[in-house]
Design a binder for this molecule. Structure first.
Ligand SMILES: Nc1nc2c(ncn2[C@@H]2O[C@H](COP(=O)(O)OP(=O)(O)OP(=O)(O)O)[C@@H](O)[C@H]2O)c(=O)[nH]1
Ligand SMILES: C[S@@+](CC[C@H](N)C(=O)[O-])C[C@H]1O[C@@H](n2cnc3c(N)ncnc32)[C@H](O)[C@@H]1O
Ligand code: SF4
Ligand code: SF4
Length: 327
């Protein structure tokens, strides 16, 4: 099988596709003023364009697709997008990253359509904290949605909490209670600096090192990483059904295991979450006959992929905030 390989020998079986720019939340680290539509913006990719994109990527080894946003559940045709991805040969996992607001109403339908993996962002387990961070008092319904999802046979359910100094860095005991009986994976994500959040980053960024050391000292052990896995270092403990992961983008060698590419909701390829390089793929998504051109463009672009991000140097690339690219 043909694969996409870069200059550093990395292969890319994992595509993160943003299906919408809009979001209904205003997370303080991402979109503190909420999403504001601008009329001159191009329409997001339609279902046919998405299907052509996925068939092109599948020719060069796509096995894991993540749908993200903005808030992907706001897209009414999400079940149809999932179903058309499930019909593309070679895509073994179809994952969704969501803020969970429509989970309790829609997750069964997504699962029926072919969704295999679910990631839900839950920055705190205390209602008031959750409200303060996300701008919405909706923790209870999100937790209900997760319980519902747990009964639907997903291959994995993962929860994301961005680690924020002074805002949610005292939540470990509550999370441990939560994880004792629930077979979900909670990942603590180090806050990343973006174009928009410089001052916030200064106030709230916290390295996950101390937390990770605490886990190791209390009997959590590191698991091996699968080839198409995301960026988390995952830990398990014999007394807990759940797992804990750490996503530490500022740690040494974080990018050495990069296995993913991104496409924005308007069809722009992005070679890195914080990159400056990427081209519009939309011109090759209008006709099935352009598949070879699409694949050739992917291969040519991959030659430009850098070894890693330059966040340590203060460079955030084109990324104003993660909602514009899907994280
Ligand atoms: N710096 C960096 N952060 C990433 C990358 N991929 C994911 N993240 C961050 O990790 C967090 C969780 O991402 P998810 O959308 O849940 O996806 P994932 O961690 O790849 O998920 P799994 O494949 O299920 O492990 C988000 O904040 C992402 O922005 C990456 O390539 N680089
Ligand atoms: C951009 S959101 C898109 C999907 C969906 N709206 C959600 O929140 O799950 C994807 C992930 O990026 C994370 N994220 C957003 N901004 C971040 C930042 N500056 N640093 C670290 N993670 C961030 C969110 O917490 C979420 O888990
Ligand atoms: S920051 Fe860029 S190079 Fe590093 S893991 Fe993420 S996408 Fe890959
Ligand atoms: S993290 Fe997700 S839910 Fe929160 S504002 Fe960003 S895109 Fe929206």
């Amino acid at each position: 099988m043909a694969v996409l390989e870069d200059r550093f020998g990395r292969t890319f079986p994992y595509l993160r596709l943003s299906v919408i720019e809009a979001c209904n939340f205003r997370c303080s680290y991402c979109l503190p003023d909420g999403f504001h539509a601008r009329p001159e913006r191009p329409q997001p990719l339609g279902r046919e364009e998405i299907a052509r994109l996925l068939r092109g990527f599948a020719e060069v080894g796509l096995s894991k697709l993540r749908l993200t946003g903005g808030e992907p559940s706001l897209r009414r045709d999400l079940p149809e997008i999932i179903a058309s991805a499930a019909a593309v040969g070679g895509i073994e996992r179809i994952a969704l990253t969501t803020n969970g607001t429509l989970l309790d109403r829609r997750v069964a339908r997504w699962r029926e359509a072919g969704l295999t993996n679910l990631n839900v962002s839950v920055d705190a387990l205390e209602r008031a904290r959750f409200h303060a961070i996300t701008g919405h008092d909706r923790l209870d319904e999100i937790l209900r949605g997760i319980e519902l999802a747990r009964g639907l046979g997903f291959a994995a359910i993962k929860l994301n909490a961005v680690l924020l100094k002074g805002l949610n860095d005292d939540q470990l005991p509550a999370w441990l209670d939560y994880l004792r009986e629930r077979d979900v994976s909670l990942r603590f994500i180090e806050l990343m600096r973006t174009g928009d959040n410089a001052a916030y980053f200064q106030r709230h960024h916290l390295r996950a090192e101390a937390l990770e050391a605490q886990l190791r000292e209390t009997g959590w052990s590191l698991l091996a990483r699968a080839a198409d896995a995301g960026p988390a270092r995952e830990y398990a403990h014999p007394d807990y059904a759940g797992r804990i992961g750490i996503i530490a983008p500022y740690s040494k060698d974080f990018c050495a295991g990069c296995n993913r590419l991104r496409v924005t909701h308007t069809g722009d390829l992005r070679l890195c979450l914080f990159g400056n390089v990427g081209i519009p793929l939309r011109p090759w998504l209008q006709d099935d006959a352009d598949r070879d051109r699409l694949v050739a463009a992917l291969r040519a672009q991959l030659g430009l992929k850098a070894i890693g991000h330059r966040l340590q140097q203060g460079e955030t690339g084109m990324t104003a905030n993660l909602s514009t690219i899907g994280g």
